[in-house]
Design a protein around this ligand. Structure first.
Ligand SMILES: [Zn+2]
Length: 301
């Protein structure tokens, strides 16, 4: 029953906003047919799942982000450990909203299990009158499958960031939170006055875990200089905001954190055990939010 409802709600949303999408195979426009498929003018067909999301990939893609990781991230999100970061992202969005905006379209590129986008949507709708549409995309079917359970006005899609999925200049905001980017793709689909909000980890992010997993390796020292340079190459950097805070976590929270973070990839079970038995007290969360607008050069194109 739930999945049926989910499917129809998403199908209706998709019909309303089908013009956002282009076919990842031939780049032609797409149309929702019979409330069950998104089909391009060359008849390439992408079905809606039972849960109501659309899969726009042409073949199964492997990713290291698995169900266990997404479940852990949802637990960490639900407990509010990302709250100060989410609040700051919302402040930036709210500040940009103008009365002339009709529907605000926010894309979360690399949304995973969707908890960040869903949280941001709820916060913004509680503080503004705007009509808000969320589009969450991720390469992981497992992530999107979980996301489609969330109660928000969102179109969820499995899609490959490397392939064109959206028509030009669609989005007011593109969120890219602790996730890989495709900057030239972002430039193309961002509206002229739109904003890219990218979150990157900073040096002290989860330093308590880093101290255990990366001890005596060259990954012990963290730098995001290259990420920053690349961002500035594609967008006008409007602002950089550092968000740092500590959260108290119990042993069970730290277990979830270890499952959640790619820092633990490649770590032995022994090291993971060490993490949740040794770490006591506060865990450091440390991010930079990069705010970028379309460069003047891009606007002339
Ligand atoms: Zn096509």
């Amino acid at each position: 029953m739930l999945s049926k409802k989910g499917k129809f709600t998403t199908a209706r949303l998709l019909s309303e906003y089908e013009h956002i999408f282009i076919c990842p195979i031939c780049l032609h426009s797409m149309q929702v047919v019979d409330l069950k498929s998104l089909i391009c003018s060359n008849r390439h067909c992408f079905d809606l799942s039972k849960k109501g999301y659309v899969n726009l990939t042409t073949h199964a893609l492997k990713t290291k982000y698995d169900k266990k990781l997404f479940e852990a991230r949802k637990t960490i999100s639900d407990k509010g450990f990302f709250e100060p970061l989410m609040a700051r992202i919302c402040d930036n969005i709210l500040r940009e909203l103008k009365p002339s905006h009709q529907t605000i379209k926010i894309l979360d590129a690399g949304c995973g299990e969707g908890s960040h986008l869903s949280d941001i949507q709820h916060k913004i709708m509680a503080q503004s009158e705007c009509n808000l549409l969320g589009i969450g995309m991720d390469i992981s079917k497992e992530g999107i499958h979980m996301a489609s359970n969330l109660p928000s006005k969102t179109i969820w899609c499995v899609a490959d960031l490397a392939k064109p999925t959206f028509a030009d200049k669609q989005f007011n905001f593109i969120l890219n939170i602790l996730s890989p980017s495709n900057y030239s793709g972002f430039q193309r689909i961002l509206q002229d006055q739109g904003m890219v909000i990218k979150v990157i980890p900073e040096a002290r992010y989860l330093q308590e875990l880093r101290g255990i997993f990366y001890k005596s390796t060259d990954r012990d020292i963290y730098s995001n200089q290259k990420t920053m340079e690349l961002f500035k190459h594609h967008f006008d950097l409007v602002d950089i905001q550092r968000v740092q805070y500590g959260v108290s976590m119990d042993r069970e929270d730290i277990k979830q954190l270890v499952h959640m973070t790619p820092l633990s990839w490649g770590a032995t079970e022994e090291l993971k055990e060490q993490a949740w038995s040794r770490i006591k007290g506060e865990i450091t969360f440390d991010f930079s939010i990069l705010l970028g607008s379309r460069s003047q050069e891009a606007n002339r194109r």
